[in-house]
Write a protein that binds this ligand. Structure first.
Ligand code: HSE
Length: 426
């Protein structure tokens, strides 16, 4: 027999509207395939014009979150408001009323997951967030329900579409960061205030969630090393090309025995790596598990329809489950005892150093690297008026040894200036 499931949506913006569209347009399709008769009974948003623009009847508009929480018919509430408050308060209200919540809110999950999961358990409700990471790409369900047989060794991804759009534009058209950002804003990829995307916050929220699921322990967002793309120049991109690399903002999570690395930073990706060809606003996540080996998930990481697709998949999932799904690790906000976040990771590095053009300068730089156990793989030199730019590609080295080399290079001569430091994927 078909099951009637009443849904509410809090936040009718782009993604909330997309969710409504899928639930109504594909209503009969989901009824036929899943035996679930979805009905969006209530929506919550102050903007009546926007609600009407999605064809939502005004009779469905709730006057307060309490109206939804007190509605006994509604069993699933979608949250597409974004931000921490008031989304957190509203979600907690719904969970305590026993309603399962489906959210796309990565900032909220990354910062308050333990408290929200505890509230969900208290209310006997589910908390689902497939749409919080990588838009329409079903990476969360894959980690939770398809890769359980594996120790996940690494997750390496392009998980922010805005920065990928900007870097792709800089790479393909040789434009500056400022011009690429302006265009991304005009096209609606980047927000008016782009900080969350371009400074890597958005990617660090997603990496915290994905690596917690992959490594079966809380990986607090505060432990994610974060560097954005605002300092990347046309010269870095040109040097990368000369050396056979494409620059990407990567989110990297690795686990080796009890050591975990979690970091978000611009990275030179070898041009023959599958991630190098992920361009524009697309996202991709490259996962390696001990038995499955390499996997790549690719698709649209944002937008009404892809993100709506992920939300509705959670809505269907919540409607079909007899018991809510909770994390398979102790979700108390702390890293499991014995696991260490390794901030002194090993990587190959690209460095460009502005120096005076004089005999012995290159040798002096080389000797600094040697004294810190950093081995050089390639050197490029570009002469200039009154000085030179020397670019180094190192073999694998420790982050601390690179940082010490940078400090010493700048100390030994006032004219030495390390212009760029980009980690290299190997
Ligand atoms: N702002 C995000 C991005 C989309 O640019 O990928 C939503 O997570």
């Amino acid at each position: 027999m078909d099951k009637k499931v009443y849904v509410a949506i809090m936040g009718i913006g782009t993604v909330g509207g997309g969710t409504y569209e899928i639930l109504t347009k594909n209503h009969d399709f989901m009824l036929k395939n899943h035996g679930i008769d979805f009905c969006v009974k209530k929506v919550l948003d102050k903007n009546l014009e926007r609600i009407k623009s999605f064809g939502i009847p005004t009779s469905a508009v709730a006057s307060s979150p309490d109206e939804i929480a007190n509605d006994k018919d509604i069993s699933i509430v979608v949250e597409t408001m974004g931000g921490v408050e008031p989304a957190k308060t509203f979600i907690e209200k719904m969970l305590l009323s026993g309603k399962s919540v489906v959210t796309a809110n990565k900032e909220l999950i990354a910062k308050h997951w333990p408290a929200l999961e505890a509230t969900a358990k208290k209310g006997g409700a589910g908390l689902y967030f497939e749409a919080s990471c990588v838009g329409g790409v079903p990476i969360i369900r894959a980690l939770e329900e398809s890769l359980q047989a594996n120790h996940i060794k690494s997750i390496v991804g392009i998980i922010n579409g805005t920065t990928n759009y900007i870097l792709s534009k800089m790479t393909e058209e040789g434009v500056s960061y400022a011009d690429a950002l302006k265009e991304a804003q005009q096209l609606g990829y980047a927000e008016f205030n782009p900080t969350a995307d371009v400074e890597g916050f958005d990617a660090s929220y997603k990496l915290s969630i994905l690596s917690s699921l992959a490594f079966h322990t809380c990986i607090p967002v505060s432990t994610v090393y974060r560097e954005g793309i605002t300092a990347i120049t046309k010269a870095d991109i040109k040097a990368g090309k000369e050396l056979g690399y494409v620059i990407k903002l990567l989110a990297i999570g690795k686990k080796n025995e009890n050591n975990v690395e979690v970091r978000v930073h611009p990275t030179f990706v070898p041009e023959n790596h599958p991630l190098a060809s992920v361009s524009g606003s697309f996202n991709a996540v490259f996962v390696n598990g001990d038995f499955v080996d390499d996997l790549m998930f690719y698709g649209r990481g944002a937008g009404a329809r892809p993100t709506g697709s992920a939300i509705v998949s959670d809505v269907v999932y919540a409607a079909k489950r007899t018991k809510p799904l909770y994390t398979d690790f102790v979700n108390n906000g702390e890293i499991e005892k014995g696991i260490v976040i390794d901030t002194d990771f090993t990587s190959k590095y690209y460095l460009s150093v502005s120096v005076k053009d004089a005999p012995g300068v290159l040798a002096s730089l080389a000797s600094v690297f040697a004294s810190h156990d950093v081995s050089i793989e390639t050197v490029l030199q570009h002469g200039g008026v009154g000085g030179a730019l020397v670019c180094f590609l190192t073999h694998s080295a420790k982050e601390s040894d690179i940082k010490a080399s940078v400090a010493e290079i700048e100390r030994i001569d006032d004219e030495n200036k390390v212009i760029s430091l980009v980690r290299v994927l190997s």
